[in-house]
Design a protein around this ligand. Structure first.
Ligand SMILES: [Zn+2]
Length: 94
């Protein structure tokens, strides 16, 4: 099931759950696919995504799914609709 993530806490709570994060960055016009345990998908990490802030500033959106196929489809759909670049994170890609 695809779930929209709107707060950092929501994502932090999912950290130990296997799954995938679709991170959409509006200013960068970029969609990125991460595993949930990627450091770049961790709001606690200084380099990690910050869903609460992105929501507040309208600079991005985030989706989580336990299915890589589902996350991938969502990422491709957003990238296509918005004309954004879609990349699979090189750090956590596996
Ligand atoms: Zn990653």
């Amino acid at each position: 099931m695809l779930t929209e993530i709107v707060t950092d806490e929501q994502l932090i709570d999912l950290y130990t759950t296997p799954g995938y994060l679709v991170a959409v960055d509006y200013p960068k016009k970029e969609v990125k696919l991460h595993t949930i345990d990627c450091m770049l998908a961790d709001p606690i990490s200084s380099v990690g995504v910050k869903p609460s802030k992105a929501r507040e500033n309208k600079t991005g959106e985030f989706w989580v799914s336990e299915s890589r196929d589902e996350a991938n489809s969502k990422a491709e759909e957003i990238a296509k609709n918005k004309g954004y670049t879609y990349t699979i994170c090189p750090i956590c890609n596996r």
